[in-house]
Design a protein around this ligand. Structure first.
Ligand SMILES: Cc1ncc(COP(=O)(O)O)c(C=O)c1O
Length: 418
């Protein structure tokens, strides 16, 4: 069968496809796989108990159940959920926003497909606009969503090293030109894959650049504030008509609900709602229904601050300790774990490419992600791209320990073989 250019573009082998297939295989059971590759959130007992209780209550009320499964929501998303969220963000941050600033999407991944292609690519005036990723490594999921080639342009980071064996990526403002071809700037904060959290100062500078050029600054807040709040330091949330804030229910514990949330100026939120109608008629009702009470009561803040964040913070510190022990004597650096659910490890001078390390680990039943996937839009060769691994620490501890010990053994083997 002959596919169109669109068909070929969206069926080719991509890092995202590899990641999701590895994840599906591992979670489908059968093989005893240590799945440290995916972005699946942990099943936190207190969160699970809340969701189960809420589901049971919906099932016990026939009218609520009938509405959940039997009615289409409007293309913008469930109005009560949107109103409750606008209220929560107003109360929490003092932002002057209302329901007109919010649109839901089928997961935030799908919001990025809509946003990037809305703001970049060939334009009616004959120009070609791009999405600027001012710092890489950056989220793998952006890499392949462009309808045209060359939608992304990215920059290398500045790297700061610390005496404790950690390092941190920064935006290299000295080499950050925002030319007339840039349609939007995008950062994930906290960053998937590195666990980096751009400082307030860096975000303010990016915000100022976006304002000066009258383009949006897209902040992918999938792990950020106010929920699920997997950020281990105190940072501010910028807001203006030039910010597009992407949020999600996934890392709160509901990836199965496929609920993404975009907070933006009304023109952008309405554009997304219009696209939703064309692409999928309406948004899934499940996520908003299960979390409406959580949002409208503000309980989501307690759950995020007192349960989810401490859960991941404990886990990341423990995993970092295990990793340091497993890698003792080898050349490695760990990115400062400031948020999200990953550790990013750099092996300077690694004798094999990280892709080969990934394959060797996978053949032993340990799935991580090779770092080379996380440089979408970055031009030019750079050894660093092939020297890093992303390790998810969200899975149960025994699995994490087994996986991390295998990483230590394979890195040693690679070094021995030289
Ligand atoms: C930084 C980041 N953005 C967006 C997404 C997409 O999440 P979802 O489509 O489940 O909302 C993910 C998922 O892992 C992510 O890590």
């Amino acid at each position: 069968m002959k596919f169109s250019a669109f068909g070929e573009r969206f069926t080719r082998s991509t890092g995202t496809l590899q990641l999701m297939e590895d994840l599906g295989e591992a979670l489908a059971g059968g093989r005893d796989v240590a799945m440290l590759g995916g972005g699946n959130p942990a099943h936190i007992p207190e969160v699970q108990a809340f969701l189960l209780d809420r589901m049971q209550r919906i099932c016990e009320r026939p009218a609520e159940f009938a509405r959940l499964v039997g009615d289409y929501d409007p293309p913008r998303g469930e109005p009560r959920f949107i109103a409750a969220l606008a209220q929560l963000l107003r109360a929490e941050y003092g932002w002057d926003i209302g329901p007109e600033n919010i649109a839901l999407t089928a997961g935030s991944q799908s919001a990025f497909f809509q946003l990037f292609n809305m703001l970049a690519g060939p334009c009616a005036d004959g120009t070609f606009r791009r999405i600027l990723l001012p710092v890489t490594p950056e989220y793998i999921g952006y890499a392949d969503v462009g309808l045209a080639d060359g939608v992304f342009t990215a920059r290398r980071p500045a790297i700061e090293s610390f005496p404790d064996g950690t390092f941190k990526y920064h935006v290299d403002f000295d080499h950050l030109d925002v030319g007339p071809d840039i349609g939007a700037i995008c950062v994930s904060r906290p960053t998937n894959p590195t666990g980096n959290v751009l400082s307030d100062d860096e975000v303010n500078q990016l915000h100022a650049l976006a304002r000066a050029r009258d383009i949006p600054l897209i902040i992918d807040n999938a792990y950020g504030k106010p929920f699920p709040n997997i950020i281990f330091s105190d940072v501010s949330m910028p807001w203006s008509e030039h910010v597009i804030l992407s949020m999600s229910l996934s890392k709160l514990g509901l990836p199965g609900a496929r609920t993404g949330i975009i907070v933006a100026r009304p023109e952008i939120a309405s554009a997304l709602a219009a696209m939703n109608a064309v692409l999928s008629l309406s948004q899934g009702s499940f996520g908003p229904a299960v979390t409406l009470d959580l949002i409208s009561s503000g309980e989501v803040l307690r759950l995020s601050n007192n349960v989810i964040r401490p859960y991941y913070e404990r886990k990341v510190r423990a995993t970092e300790g295990i990793l340091r022990t497993a890698l003792r004597g080898t050349e490695f650096r760990i990115h400062r774990a400031e948020g999200a659910i990953f550790l990013w490890v750099w092996f300077p001078g690694l004798p094999i490419p990280s892709e080969e390390l990934y394959q060797r680990l996978k053949s032993r039943g340990v799935v991580v992600l090779s770092g080379h996937h996380f440089f979408p839009g970055l031009e030019g060769e750079w050894a660093h791209r092939h020297e890093c691994l992303r390790i998810s620490y969200a899975m149960p501890e025994a699995m994490v320990v087994r996986g991390v010990e295998a990483i230590g053994e394979e890195v040693r083997r690679a070094i021995r073989e030289g």
